[in-house]
Ligand binder design. Structure first.
Ligand code: FE2
Length: 327
């Protein structure tokens, strides 16, 4: 049940950057079996820790950090020097040949706000485009605590390019802004398609794949049934959900692959130890998990909250390459 504690630390074999603007690379480990045993003392909405964290975040991100000049310099430097591409091939049953080798770029928890400058975010996205993704998925928390933070960063999101499109769902912080509809409008203005409790069909040649998304589990109005309603039977299904705790319900609904963020991988960690602050009820902290024939990928995310720092847990984007599971 403490399986996550046995997870090896990732990013132990990083390839060094060629220069200041290069990306570090690492491989995601093989999937770990996920246990549905929930932490009984952890309630993501009404638990004392989460209420305290939410209140502190509201106050600090709205009243304190915006008044500190140059605060972005710290995290800008971390992004420039430590941005890592975590890569993995993912096998999906029944994947049509048109999707073999499909390159999905998963970007989560950008957290636009006082910690990241527009220039560095745009540069980060521009560098990520060297990975030549076919499909880009934004797994929520584009904003941190205010709607204006995202509006200011829209030019950076316009750097993202992918032939099959760019899709997004909302995270808890997008709801903390108090204007989630504005967050959706901003994303759509930047050419990004919102997948709030709905799905779309992706087509490559004669093959099809269901891409679904749901609202944030804790502070939105998530509806997995609605997201999957009316989808064609027997097609592979990929679901984007900010919060990974939807995994077991998704697996029961025969979703093949769930892509999430939210946990930040702990953000500030002691090397070699489990995460200090867990955001998942089921200890789905980072990396790959499997259960009931489904797989989950949890990204550490790109940005930061609380403090403009990461330690033993670099910012990341995730590059997934789809392959047939039986091939
Ligand atoms: Fe986040």
């Amino acid at each position: 049940m403490e399986r996550c504690k046995l997870l090896p630390m990732r990013h132990q074999r990083l390839s060094p950057p060629d220069d200041r603007n290069s990306l570090l690379h690492s491989s995601l480990p093989e999937p770990v079996h996920a246990s549905r045993k929930a932490r009984w003392f952890f309630n993501p909405v009404t638990g004392w820790f989460r209420r305290l964290e939410r209140s502190a975040n509201h106050f600090i991100s709205r009243q304190i950090y915006p008044r500190i000049t140059g605060l972005h310099r710290i995290y800008d430097t971390i992004l420039r020097r430590r941005l890592t591409v975590a890569e993995s091939e993912i096998g999906i049953r029944g994947l049509g040949s048109g999707f073999h080798g499909l390159r999905i770029l998963l970007i989560s928890d950008v957290h636009c706000g006082p910690f990241i400058s527009l220039d560095v975010l745009a540069d980060t996205f521009r560098r990520s485009m060297a990975l030549k993704p076919d499909l880009i998925l934004l797994a929520g928390d584009m904003a941190t605590g205010r709607g204006e933070e995202l509006s200011r960063c829209l030019p950076a999101f316009r750097e993202l390019q992918a032939g099959l499109g760019i899709y997004a769902v909302l995270g808890n912080h997008d709801h903390y802004t108090g204007v989630p509809e504005q967050v959706c409008r901003n994303m759509e203005d930047a050419g990004i398609i919102m997948l709030q409790n709905r799905h779309t069909i992706l087509q490559m040649g004669g093959d099809r794949l269901v891409l679904a998304g749901i609202d944030d589990l804790a502070f939105g109005r998530p509806d997995l049934n609605q997201a999957l309603a009316g989808k064609p039977e027997h097609l592979p299904v990929v679901l984007v959900s900010h919060n990974p705790d939807v995994f077991f319900d998704a697996a029961r609904s025969r979703v093949d692959l769930v892509l999430s963020g939210h946990t930040h991988g702990g953000q500030i960690r002691c090397p070699g130890l489990p995460v200090l602050v867990r955001m998942s009820r089921f200890r789905l902290d980072e990396g790959r998990y499997e259960a009931a024939g489904s797989e989950l990928v949890v990204s550490r995310g790109l940005g930061a909250v609380g403090l403009p720092l990461r330690f033993a847990c670099p910012p990341e984007v995730v590059l997934l390459i789809l392959q047939p599971a039986d091939g």
